[in-house]
Write a protein that binds this ligand. Structure first.
Ligand SMILES: Cc1cc2nc3c(=O)[nH]c(=O)nc-3n(C[C@H](O)[C@H](O)[C@H](O)COP(=O)(O)OP(=O)(O)OC[C@H]3O[C@@H](n4cnc5c(N)ncnc54)[C@H](O)[C@@H]3O)c2cc1C
Length: 429
């Protein structure tokens, strides 16, 4: 039986990043994924600017970067746009097939052992080690197991069980997101989306909570919609014929009408894929004896935008740094593993909570907020940066209060917010 310092279950961006940093420290790491790489993953492929924190990413842009975005257009449900142009890129575009594979290659280059095409079946935590069984019957032991298997991860389920937490996210804390990618050619992209590679979102499209997006890669458009599972369930209950694929196809028609999608490209249902995004602000406990969870497994996703790639990479790095300290002490009990939990929650736990506040505000009064955000360049900048996740909680808090006060004087914003609730038509398709 092979023994590793750390076994990482799942080689997505979170797992591959943890493996990269652990291997760099000289740890013996097994990186196990049920898929063979390169593999596809449902995603918009947008990276917020915090990704610049990672040296091995920014010094190797050429390995996977598709485009840098200098312009964002966010439409309200009544199609009022917030059109923000920046001198510096504020959003980066990648495609997951290449990006995820490259991150795995970086981990392997540092010395991690990749075991691909084989799922982790189960694991058992003993006092002195973790025993992990793979689907092919192999057994591996390790000092610690990291759960990085995405939103329904087995290590996170074990922690939920031990901590008496609900066994899964509430329906309102899971977004269902669908997307497709289509080649449109560089001439179309340069002409329509420009060298500044516009990134676009339609908030509350057809008045459903959530948003649709169109992200411009080098020559490929990535188009999708995301909506809380609770809303989708309600729609299906009220109208069994309602379906989310048709919702995305309707959105494509709107993009065509607005001139943001080639009229001659037919999108069909087979091109569409989807997955779940946990938007519940992170699990209340993310560690146990000899185990911890990172990325979607821990619920680390912006509740406002559904953006989870930065949090996946950063939680992987924080886990590796925390474990480095714990290996020096040789202590892996839950109490010691809290070092990791406290580190991520101290860094961006508040951000996730404030982004949830932003989400609720935007869903309750989308047209008012978008109109307000479109008023001047400063507000456009703030709104766009908050939406794409480049704003720390302290700034969001201070700025929201300052802007409301300023807006109350200049535009009677406060009376609108407090006095008149926006009339949003009831859900329909
Ligand atoms: C449609 C859609 C659009 C999105 N758009 C964006 C966006 O534009 N920007 C952004 O930042 N985020 C976006 N996200 C969120 C983003 O995709 C996730 O936050 C991110 O993939 C999380 O990375 P991860 O490594 O935690 O999990 P994943 O990427 O899900 O990787 C988990 C890995 O674990 C493996 N695995 C699972 N179970 C096992 C097992 N038992 N044994 C072995 N391996 C296992 C899987 O094969 C997979 O490779 C989007 C999500 C969706 C669904």
């Amino acid at each position: 039986m092979s023994h590793y310092d750390v076994l990482v279950e799942g080689a997505g961006p979170a797992g591959a990043t943890a493996a990269y940093y652990l291997a760099k420290q000289g740890k013996k790491v097994a990186l196990v994924d049920r898929a063979k790489f390169p593999r596809e993953k449902a995603c918009g492929g947008g990276l917020c600017v915090h990704i610049e924190e990672f040296d091995h990413i920014i010094s190797n842009w050429d390995d996977f970067l598709e485009s840098k975005c200098f312009r964002g257009i966010v439409y309200g449900p009544d199609f009022t746009p917030v059109d923000y142009v920046s001198e510096k890129p504020f959003f980066y575009n990648i495609r997951r097939l290449k990006f995820d594979n490259t991150l795995v290659e970086y981990a392997v280059a540092e010395g991690a052992t990749l075991i691909e095409g084989i799922a982790v079946k189960s694991f058992e935590v003993k006092t002195d080690k973790v025993i992990t069984k793979l689907r092919n019957g192999d057994e591996l032991t390790s000092d610690v197991i990291i759960g990085a298997g995405g939103s329904f991860d087995m290590v996170s389920r074990r922690i939920r069980e031990i901590e008496n937490m609900p066994m899964k996210w509430k329906d309102e804390d899971i977004a269902t997101a669908l997307y497709f990618e289509v080649e449109v050619g560089r001439e179309y992209m340069d002409r329509v989306y420009g060298k500044e590679r516009v990134s676009m979102a339609h908030i509350k499209y057809q008045n459903l909570d959530g948003y649709g997006w169109s992200f411009s890669k080098d020559t490929v458009l990535n188009v999708g919609i995301g909506c809380p599972r609770s809303i989708i369930k309600k729609l299906k209950k009220d109208n069994p014929k309602w379906d989310e694929r048709q919702y995305l196809l309707d959105y494509v028609d709107t993009l065509k009408d607005q001139g943001w999608f080639p009229k001659d490209i037919e999108v069909n249902r087979k091109m569409i894929a989807g997955s779940n995004i946990p938007v519940g602000m992170g699990m209340k406990c993310t560690v146990g004896d000899r185990m911890l969870v990172i990325g979607d497994a821990g619920g680390f996703v912006s509740p406002l935008s559904g953006e989870g790639l930065y949090y996946a990479l950063d939680s992987g790095r924080i886990a590796a740094e925390s474990l480095d300290a714990l290996f020096k002490e040789g202590a892996f009990d839950k109490q010691s593993m809290m070092l990791y939990h406290n580190a991520w929650s101290g860094k961006w736990g508040d951000d996730l909570e404030w982004l949830k506040v932003g989400w609720h505000l935007l869903m309750v009064m989308p047209n008012s907020l978008i109109k307000y955000a479109a008023l001047d360049e400063e507000t456009k900048e703030f709104f766009t940066h908050m939406f794409v996740g480049s704003m720390p909680a302290s700034k969001i808090k201070n700025k929201v209060l300052a802007l409301i006060a300023k807006g109350a004087l200049k535009h009677d914003f406060l009376s609108h917010v407090i006095g008149k609730h926006e009339q949003v038509p009831s859900i329909s398709n």
